[in-house]
Design a protein around this ligand. Structure first.
Ligand SMILES: *[C@@H]1O[C@H](CO)[C@@H](O)[C@H](O)[C@H]1NC(C)=O
Ligand SMILES: *[C@@H]1O[C@H](CO)[C@@H](O)[C@H](O)[C@H]1NC(C)=O
Length: 299
């Protein structure tokens, strides 16, 4: 900013500068741009009153701000022109253990080395709403403790009472199956995870997994032609198996009459077939075991 005095009047002129300070194309430490929107509020309804509020805590040169169901940010308390301000996490999902809401995961914060900053906020009973403690148990993973009278009742953080009738019934059935030894402890945990995802308490990972798979496939490269041929045969067999499975179940799937035999195309078909099986399994309980098998066997 240049200040000129012209005929007694002060004029403030915005000037382009050469230091990149106002250059919108350079990474800016203070922009606080979230990577994604927060999840909708979920969990115990009596905590929803905290949404839209923010609580701060100052430790040494940093101020931490926790906005329940929205974000966690960090602000360097200094007069330096480039003081750091950043996002330590966006409200993502609950951490659930033993039928109890243990903490709020705020994920996808500012990037940090190879990953994004994330923060777990533990909720503990206290006299007033207050951010009470901050630590960094591992690099770029933060832990905050939030005290609130809202969680003092011994049942205030139980998961089961927050679920709909339908989901409670699903949980009961899973419990019964475990008791009858129809499913393993691991199978039970998987079912619970699904129930929690359906309730919006956990963010479903299916889409994220698909994205990861797609990225993996894009970077699929073979050192030798021989290896490529081998993979090609394997994929061909796998597609046939999946097609047979779909036909057997009378499930209509996308099919191209003009057979394109490039590896890329095969891979695409494999993913499509898998998606069909997965989608159909959502409406067909009996397919669950098989689809899980397909995912685990192949990748
Ligand atoms: C954090 O959440 C608060 C409260 O909902 C909101 O006003 C603020 O814009 C959010 N900040 C970022 C960087 O998302
Ligand atoms: C699980 O929670 C119940 C109360 O809800 C408690 O009695 C039990 O000790 C807890 N178990 C573990 C392993 O933490």
């Amino acid at each position: 900013i240049g200040i000129f005095t012209i005929a007694g009047k002060m004029k403030i002129v915005e000037e382009p500068n050469t230091f990149g300070l106002n250059n919108p194309f350079l990474p800016q430490p203070n922009r606080l741009l979230p990577k994604m929107p927060p999840s909708p509020p979920s969990g115990p309804a009596h905590l929803f009153s905290l949404a839209g509020k923010c609580f701060s805590f100052v430790e040494s040169t940093y101020k931490y701000e926790f906005c329940p169901f929205h974000n966690v940010t960090q602000h360097e308390q200094t007069f330096r022109w480039n003081a750091y301000s950043g996002i330590l996490g966006i409200w993502h999902e609950w951490e659930i253990y033993n039928n109890t809401f243990v903490g709020m995961w705020m994920r996808e914060g500012d990037s940090c080395e190879t990953k994004n900053r994330e923060t777990k906020v533990l909720l503990i009973c206290g006299k007033n709403n207050k951010l009470a403690h901050v630590s960094e148990p591992s690099t770029c993973v933060y832990s905050l403790t939030f005290e609130t009278p809202l969680v003092c009742h011994p049942h205030s953080l139980l998961v089961y009472p927050t679920l709909t009738e339908v989901l409670r019934q699903k949980w009961d059935e899973a419990e019964q199956s475990l008791y009858d030894e129809l499913i393993t402890e691991q199978g039970y945990k998987k079912l619970l995870k699904k129930i929690f995802e359906e309730a919006g308490l956990l963010r479903a990972t299916e889409e994220m997994e698909m994205e990861k798979q797609n990225k993996k496939l894009k970077s699929l490269e073979f050192e030798t032609v021989e290896k490529c041929n081998k993979e090609y045969k394997k994929l061909y067999k796998e597609i046939k198996r999946l097609k047979d499975l779909l036909t057997q179940r009378g499930i209509v799937y996308e099919s191209n009459s003009a057979e394109n035999t490039s590896t890329k195309h095969l891979i695409h078909k494999l993913v499509t077939a898998k998606t069909s099986v997965l989608n159909s399994s959502k409406t067909n309980e009996h397919l669950h075991g098989e689809t899980a098998g397909i995912w685990n066997d192949t990748f």
